[in-house]
Design a protein around this ligand. Structure first.
Ligand code: FAD
Length: 257
């Protein structure tokens, strides 16, 4: 498999097609493995949908759907939820006007050179980077909200168990120290880099997309510095870069249905 079998795309941009594909996979595939959702998992799901309804920077039709699912979930007072009722809400069987989540996946920035590379896990990282940046832009009251929602979603639902355990360990260590919205953006960036570092060279690495300490000097020259002969990150430059890279103003809408 070679580079030219990949869809043409810009490696330095975020694609809405990946974000919508991630929602489809998460809400219609991953959650479907849980026919009955209750307790801690139900709370994780409610908070996840609530954060998506607030911050997913999508097309109006998708945002309307997320808001309608959120409103419906908030009104459900049962202690158990069947996946099939959630599925009805996602498929908009109540026919709320102009509200839909497109079916299926179309990976662009998250496509892999083989079907088992990248895709949904790449989409999940991208989604939560975008959400931390959106929460900062919106001046959310709770600096940890998006991170804690990610933590509980991953813990309750993420299909890769080993990934969930690793992530929970990192979260336990330091997530509670995050005190501002910009440190939440940086927390996710730096812990994603920890994961990249751990996985560099592993069998799960797509040879066309090597794991690096991101962003590369090509992508953000001013993010990198040297102090006493050692590499350093310029946090202010980095924040400016992350805010812009993940900002909804810069998402590309190619390959959307
Ligand atoms: P990804 O790491 O998925 O990154 C996606 C995109 O985000 C990159 O292409 C790049 O554009 C951008 N990016 C890269 N680094 C950063 C950064 N530091 N900050 C912001 N943006 C960045 N796999 C395992 O094998 N073992 C694990 O323990 C494991 N844990 C995981 C935990 C979580 C919470 C998640 C979501 C995934 C985990 N994975 C794990 C999957 C793994 O991290 C990758 O998602 C997967 O290997 C696909 O890699 P990728 O090349 O698409 O890049």
């Amino acid at each position: 498999t070679t580079e030219d079998q990949l869809r043409p795309f810009n490696r330095s941009r975020v694609y809405m097609a990946d974000l919508e594909s991630t929602l489809h996979y998460s809400l219609r595939m991953e959650l479907a493995a849980h026919p009955v959702i209750k307790g801690e998992a139900l709370s994780a799901l409610q908070r996840y949908i609530s954060v998506l309804a607030k911050y997913f920077p999508g097309r109006p039709v998708v945002n309307n759907l997320l808001k309608s699912v959120d409103t419906w979930l908030k009104g459900e007072k049962d202690t158990e939820l069947s996946y099939s009722s959630l599925r009805d809400a996602l498929d908009n069987t109540a026919e709320v006007p102009n509200a839909a989540l497109p079916e299926g996946v179309r990976w662009v920035g998250c496509q892999g050179s083989k079907p088992h590379f990248r895709r949904y896990p790449c989409g999940m990282w991208t989604l939560f980077h975008v959400l931390t940046v959106q929460a900062e832009e919106a001046a959310d009251k709770d600096p940890q909200e998006v991170l804690q929602v990610m933590r509980s979603y991953i813990h309750s639902f993420f299909g890769c168990q080993a990934c969930a355990t690793h992530f929970e360990n990192m979260a336990q260590e330091s997530m509670s120290h995050v005190g501002t919205l910009s440190s939440a953006v940086l927390w996710l960036w730096s812990h994603h880099n920890h994961v990249n570092n751990r996985l560099a060279g592993a069998l799960s690495e797509d040879p066309h997309f090597p794991k690096i300490q991101w962003p590369s000097p090509e992508l953000c020259p001013s993010c990198h510095g040297v102090k006493n002969g050692e590499h350093t990150w310029n946090q202010e430059e980095l924040l400016t870069f992350l805010r812009s890279h993940f900002s909804s103003e810069h998402h590309l809408s190619d390959y959307l249905e």
